[in-house]
Design a protein around this ligand. Structure first.
Ligand code: 13P
Ligand code: SF4
Length: 287
């Protein structure tokens, strides 16, 4: 089929093992843009497959499970962006890649958790409308106090990361070692953490050394990946931290997707053209 299979770090381990590429949202987007295969299979959630299609519109892009979505992305609608722009005409609009193609098409640029700070820092605007993740917005605000970051909507969050509590942080401290959290975790968890990084950043930071145990505050499959990559190290997950949509993809789904070339991502050419310019602006920042 001349297909390439890409899987996010939260995909079930058996899917990660079959994939040609495993990575975070930014790594998958960049690899999808560069892909020369006839068929690009995105094992993840819908916004990842949409981003792949937008960046490589000549290829057929499919997602094995049609309704694998991201509840965080659903927080931000095109109308919310239009209203926020009216209220803050001088602000730039930065949307997290965890958003629909229609929302991206209305933004000035996108970002992922791997490059959010660099993308916002690259803008000359003092005020930034940032959505849909209010916790990532708070993280960027702490790194860039000279900017005013306004979360749109104010309470957008990922239920998986919002589930981490002070009690989890205390338990992790009791175990010893480091707390490494994703910037979608609430600010009070980020304050307790030794590092706040994207899922790709976790892979790179673990490679950089240190032998202390890690308590990993993100979707639990991340720990499966870290254990495969670094078998001698100790990683702790939170068993309840499960992204239901990421777990929808099974091996029979992937086989069916490859056999039937389903489910194809189809977007309006207008939305794709606008969203592509917006996503390319993020990639040009080079973070
Ligand atoms: P990463 O870009 O860090 O992989 O995050 C994507 C995501 O959906 C986190 O919940
Ligand atoms: Fe969306 Fe959260 Fe799942 Fe990531 S973990 S895909 S942000 S619901």
């Amino acid at each position: 089929k001349n297909a390439v299979v890409m899987a996010h770090n939260y995909q079930p381990l058996e899917i990660q093992r079959l994939a040609d590429v495993v990575g975070d949202s930014l790594e998958i987007a960049v690899k999808a843009k560069e892909a020369r295969a006839d068929l690009i299979v995105i094992c993840g959630v819908r916004f990842m497959a949409e981003t792949a299609k937008i960046l490589n519109p000549e290829r057929k892009v499919i997602i094995p499970v049609e309704d694998a979505g991201c509840p965080l992305a659903d927080f931000l609608t095109p109308d919310l962006i239009r209203e926020a722009r009216v209220q803050h005409p001088d602000a730039a609009v930065v949307v997290y890649v965890n958003s629909t193609a229609e929302v991206k098409a209305l933004a000035d640029t996108t970002c992922t958790s791997a490059n959010a700070v660099q993308v916002v820092a690259s803008l000359s605007n003092d005020t930034i409308l940032f959505g849909p993740d209010a916790n990532l917005a708070a993280y960027v605000q702490r790194q860039l106090p000279e900017k005013t970051i306004i979360p749109v909507p104010p309470g957008g969050h990922c239920y998986v990361h919002a589930g981490f509590t002070r009690a989890d942080a205390e338990a992790a401290r009791g175990r010893g070692g480091m707390i490494v959290c994703h910037p979608e975790c609430p600010p009070e968890i980020q304050e307790q953490a030794d590092r706040t990084v994207s899922t790709g950043g976790m892979v790179r930071d673990a490679a950089a050394g240190g032998n202390e145990p890690w308590s990993v505050f993100t979707e639990r499959e991340m720990v499966s990946r870290l254990r495969v990559l670094y078998p001698g190290r100790v990683f702790y997950e939170k068993p309840e931290a499960v992204c239901v949509d990421m777990k929808k993809t099974s091996i029979p789904d992937l086989r069916r997707a490859l056999e039937r070339e389903e489910h194809e991502i189809i977007l309006s050419p207008e939305v794709m053209d606008r969203a592509r310019r917006v996503i390319e602006r993020m990639i040009a920042v080079g973070a």
